[in-house]
Design a protein around this ligand. Structure first.
Ligand code: PMP
Length: 427
């Protein structure tokens, strides 16, 4: 049986539907659930895949005989840089292996640009009258809060299935105060979309009024495929150097969702001038990264193929959870015309768009039924979704049965909020 769109119901039918959803919601509340779909954290089962790391490294020397226990080697262990250069399609010299967090590397780059400017900046960014960034939405909340913490103005552009809206970006970069853009190119947080070769090429080559415009290319989910149809990230560094803007992209990645989220290794990849610039400032902040952890990762993976094989084991754990999200939404909402959602082929999130002006109500209803969701609007600058329709679902952390229960509950909340809205009832 196909369900009718809610908007097609007569007033009496809608009233009856609202009543049935109130009953369903009351039953949901009675279950006293305590479930959490808020953040994209790996589950314990995923973390267990890497327990061998806790017994590594064997020995304390890298391939060249360097004692990893000591100070030094600011750019990271050569073998690990080579391994990730292979995975990210760049040269080993273009890769820095750093600490445990790529977000920290993004923050370091931003702060150095503000305080010192980049290799091709006329002056430090703080000396500009204002600094603005382009933020594709929905996007990653921590990107936006980082900019907000430095008073950087955020200009939104829509995120499409093939990446950010290129024409909107082209308009905005005519303003010399616009210094950068955030992009999660592969399996974006939260939309799941992957930046196409065409979009990447347009971004790499377009004229920008700022001579030191930066693409913060955050490839956090580069290898995090959910299907065998593995998306290949566009090679932004080659595209940019080929079009005369070698320093435009700063690429970031990490093993946070490959090994241990809190104890992995983060990477920066960029032009030689950008790498020299980054390390030139970083030398005042560190004598060298945690090379013991880097050697542990080298030994655990063995090779770039070792990383790819390891990601297949994550996929086996994650794919059923994403399938459960889709199944729950499909069975409750198909045909109702009150929600659309992404069917990502990688990454950590499902993007759920509900009826306009009901997302906060859905999150509130879910919370009161013991299901924690990311706050509505979190994927927008300053936490404000102008349409109040976007909800980010993160199914990785709970076990499968909990994902199923939580998502059936979310679907009930979506229907109740939509029925309230259409019936003109104040939630
Ligand atoms: N970038 C994106 C797009 C993310 O979703 C996350 C984790 N939620 C991060 C960066 C954080 O990366 P790291 O652990 O390397 O700091």
């Amino acid at each position: 049986t196909t369900l009718a769109p809610l908007s097609s119901l007569s007033p009496a039918e809608l009233e009856a539907f609202l009543e049935s959803q109130r009953t369903a919601y009351a039953a949901l509340q009675d279950r006293g659930l305590k479930l959490d779909l808020t953040r994209g954290k790996p589950s314990a089962e995923q973390l267990d895949l890497c327990n061998e790391l806790l017994e590594l490294p064997k020995g304390h020397k890298d391939a060249s005989g360097t004692d990893v226990r000591n100070y030094g080697g600011l750019s990271g262990l050569p073998e690990l840089r080579a391994m990730f250069a292979d995975l990210l399609w760049v040269e080993p010299d273009q890769v820095v292996a750093g600490g445990n967090s790529s977000l920290t590397m993004m923050h370091d780059c931003l702060v150095q640009l503000l305080l010192h400017g980049g290799p091709d900046s006329p002056r430090p960014w703080v000396q500009e009258e204002s600094v603005k960034f382009i933020c594709p939405v929905p996007g990653y909340d921590r990107h936006f809060t980082m900019l907000a913490s430095y008073g950087i103005e955020m200009l939104t552009v829509p995120m499409h299935d093939d990446g950010p809206d290129v024409e909107a970006v082209r308009e905005l970069v005519k303003d010399p105060a616009v210094k950068g853009i955030w992009i999660v190119p592969t399996y974006a947080n939260p939309s799941g979309s992957t930046c196409s070769q065409e979009v990447a090429s347009a971004l790499a080559s377009m004229d920008t009024a700022a001579p030191d415009f930066r693409i913060f290319w955050d490839n956090a989910y580069a290898f995090h495929h959910l299907t065998e149809d593995e998306a290949k990230s566009a090679d932004i560094i080659t595209l940019a150097s080929g079009s005369g803007h070698p320093n435009r992209p700063l690429m970031f990645a990490s093993t946070s969702k490959i090994t241990f989220a809190g104890a992995g290794v983060a990477f920066l990849a960029a032009s030689q001038a950008n790498v020299d610039w980054y390390l030139g400032h970083q030398q005042y902040a560190s004598i060298g990264p945690d090379k013991v952890n880097q050697l542990r990762h080298v030994q655990f993976f063995g090779s770039a193929d070792g990383v790819r094989e390891h990601m297949a084991r994550h996929r086996e754990i994650l794919a059923p959870k994403f399938a459960a999200v889709d199944a729950a939404l499909e069975s409750a909402l198909a045909g109702r015309d009150v929600a659309t959602w992404s069917k990502p082929s990688g990454g950590y999130f499902v993007n759920l768009d509900v009826l306009d002006r009901t997302a906060s109500r859905v999150v509130e209803l879910a919370k009161a039924a013991g299901i924690a969701l990311t706050p509505a609007g979190a994927s927008f600058p300053r936490g404000v979704d102008p349409n109040d329709r976007n909800i980010r679902l993160a199914p990785s952390f709970p076990v499968l049965a909990e994902v199923e229960t939580a998502m059936a509950g979310v679907a009930t909340c979506v229907l109740l909020a939509a029925a309230e809205k259409l019936a003109g009832v104040k939630g």
